[in-house]
Design a protein around this ligand. Structure first.
Ligand SMILES: C[S@@+](CC[C@H](N)C(=O)[O-])C[C@H]1O[C@@H](n2cnc3c(N)ncnc32)[C@H](O)[C@@H]1O
Length: 441
């Protein structure tokens, strides 16, 4: 199967089953034999279409009497794929984009091929004019041009100003970097870089984090021998910062309240050099398997995995742990580059999150020993899920204090105050919030 057809199948799965792009890509790519070139193009098409969905629909609706909301899913997705190639991919000729799309329509919905052909040909006839966004209202203009729910743009302009918002939108459109965390139990960073170079993967040290490597052109990672040997795991540097901020001493007792798929759990367990114990909890049974599989692959012996709803109080865990991590469920507005579908979330979908976050943080605080450390983190840039939660927590819990973060140098404005606010456009990594508290009495 060729790249465009695979992209179509994945996009159909995402649209019909509400799956996340990365989950659906993994599921489909595992099943199908394909060349690295097809894999690359299919990935580009899938992410490109999701990232630009509002814009692509706006262009299609300029020309089509039947609006995208009324089209069959099949035709809508194939049109989006065709328009995306015409508007964004210089490496593909317009005619190839039209012909390949029409061939797929003939296969999946034969009677619509004339309709799709006419729309795509109309676009290429007056390309420059048709691909422009002609909307006067600034919010709607940005929402269409960059493809975001209008409320998000409005909210960011209110919180950060227009210049910052445009900068953030541009930054979210860039391709995300790919980072590996070295499994220091098995190999050191220099040796792993050499092994990666030997198999043709470009690999570079990341100054900020001693166990981090940035890689380029690394495809089909899960089938790679170095991966199977457990020499590394894939993790963004913002996420690695959380482990660094927790910074557990050897032989400690650590609780990770929301731990699947286990990126931070396995980092914490590695930082303790296979001593002590990390109790890794998550509410979803099926996600626990992901943690166990990474724990085994990395050769960790100090992780216990347990299904538990962290919004409930566990009497047995009170005052028991040296370190507690609450990496709470959040809106994900800091990782849009990796999960572009987050751009289309409604305000209503996200409104209950601060309450869940507060509850999990309150519970987390109960499990920390005196002088123990509590770390709260999210992958969002919204103050309502971040610093506001921490400020409210401190007001009502005078046994906790924010402690200066000196394990990393990344947000010099805030880290002395005990938290990190990381923005993709400022720090060049996933947007995160990390706060570090100590139980002082
Ligand atoms: C941000 S993710 C955690 C990422 C993870 N710490 C890592 O580094 O790989 C949040 C996790 O919280 C879990 N979750 C949501 N509600 C929960 C609850 N009430 N109790 C425990 N886990 C929960 C989700 O299943 C999800 O895996």
């Amino acid at each position: 199967m060729k790249a465009r057809e695979i992209a179509y199948k994945v996009l159909l799965d995402i649209e019909e089953n509400n799956n996340y792009s990365n989950t659906s890509i993994n599921k489909h790519f595992k099943k199908i034999e394909m060349t690295n070139q097809d894999r690359g193009l299919a990935t580009e098409l899938i992410y490109g279409v999701i990232e630009n969905q509002y814009y692509l629909d706006y262009i299609i609706n300029k020309l089509s009497k039947i609006k995208t909301q009324k089209m069959s899913t099949c035709v809508k997705i194939l049109l989006r794929l065709g328009v995306y190639q015409i508007a964004f991919l210089d490496s593909i000729s317009d005619y190839a984009a039209v012909n390949e799309t029409v061939n797929l329509v003939k296969k999946y919905d034969k009677r619509s091929s004339g309709f799709v052909n006419a729309i795509l040909r109309n676009i290429i006839r007056k390309k420059e004019e048709i691909l422009k966004v002609d909307i006067d209202d600034n919010i709607m203009y940005l929402s269409t041009k960059y493809s975001y729910s209008p409320w998000m743009i409005k909210n960011w302009i209110k919180n950060f100003g227009e210049e910052f918002t445009k900068d953030l939108l541009d930054s979210n459109n860039e391709k995300p970097n790919l980072y590996l965390r070295v499994n220091t139990l098995k190999i050191n960073r220099g040796e792993l870089i050499e092994k990666l170079n030997n198999i043709g993967v470009k690999a570079y040290k990341v100054n900020l984090i001693e166990e981090a490597i940035r890689v380029e052109n690394f495809k089909n990672i899960e089938n790679n021998e170095l991966f199977k040997e457990g020499l590394f795991t894939v993790q963004d540097i913002s996420s690695m910062l959380v482990g660094k901020v927790v910074n557990p001493k050897k032989n400690s007792l650590v609780l990770d309240m929301c731990s699947a798929p286990g990126g931070k759990t396995t980092h914490l367990a590695t930082l303790m050099n296979n001593t002590g114990e990390v109790l890794a909890r998550d509410i979803f049974e099926h996600k626990l398997k992901l943690i166990t599989s990474t724990v085994n692959r990395l050769g960790l012996k100090n992780v216990v995995v347990e299904k538990f709803d962290s919004s409930k109080v566990d009497e047995k865990s009170i005052n028991k742990f040296d370190y507690v991590l609450a990496d709470v469920p959040c809106s994900g507005l800091g990782i849009i580059k990796r999960k572009p579908e987050i751009k289309y979330k409604t305000k209503a979908e996200l409104k209950d999150l601060p309450l869940i976050q507060k509850t999990i943080l309150e519970n987390a605080s109960k499990y920390v020993k005196k002088d123990g450390i509590l770390v709260y983190s999210t992958c969002t840039i919204e103050d309502t899920e971040n610093i506001n939660i921490i400020n409210e927590f401190i007001k009502t819990n005078n046994d906790f204090e924010l402690v200066p973060i000196d394990e990393v140098n990344v947000d010099l404005d805030n880290q002395d105050k005990g938290y990190l606010k990381i923005y993709p456009n400022i720090h060049g990594m996933d947007g995160f919030f990390i706060a570090k508290l100590r139980k002082v009495r």
